[in-house]
Each structure stands twice: as C-alpha cells, then as structure tokens.
Design a protein. Structure first.
Length: 77
C-alpha cells in the first residue's frame, strides 16, 4: 500500500464513518491521523498508521476491531 494524503476534512469524514468508535475514540483517532499527516511529507504511510494504532491498543484506548476498522477506512483494499 502506498502512503496516502488526507485533508483535515477528509479525516473528519473518514473517522465519523467508522461506526464502532465512540465520541472519545473518534477524537483520538482524528488527532492521531492529523498528527501523522503533518509528519513526513504530509502523507500517512501504512507502517506509521499501524504503529500509532498499536500504541493506542497497548494503552487500551481502542480495540483490535477498531484498529482494523480504521486501517480499512484509511487504506481500503
């Protein structure tokens, strides 16, 4: 998968389309995606996203199901 560039509006739309997330999780994922998009060359790479979601899972802020849903939303196959 190639890195993807998302605008703030695209991130917001994407996050609110993930039904399994609650409001706090949506805000957390939105902040995470925005931070990732500000790093590197303004693109989100699959590896960076995987690492960020793994950290959130390790902190028990999202579930594995949520992490997979976010990954599928950002990088649809």
């Amino acid at each position: 998968m190639n890195p993807i560039r998302l605008s703030r509006e695209e991130i917001k739309k994407l996050v609110y389309g993930i039904e399994s997330l609650n409001q706090d999780q949506r805000a957390l994922i939105r902040e995470t995606l925005e931070a990732l998009s500000r790093s590197s060359d303004a693109r989100i790479s699959p590896e960076e996203l995987r690492k960020a979601l793994s950290r959130l899972r390790a902190e028990y802020k999202i579930s594995e199901i949520d992490a997979k849903a976010v990954t599928r939303a950002v990088f649809p196959s």
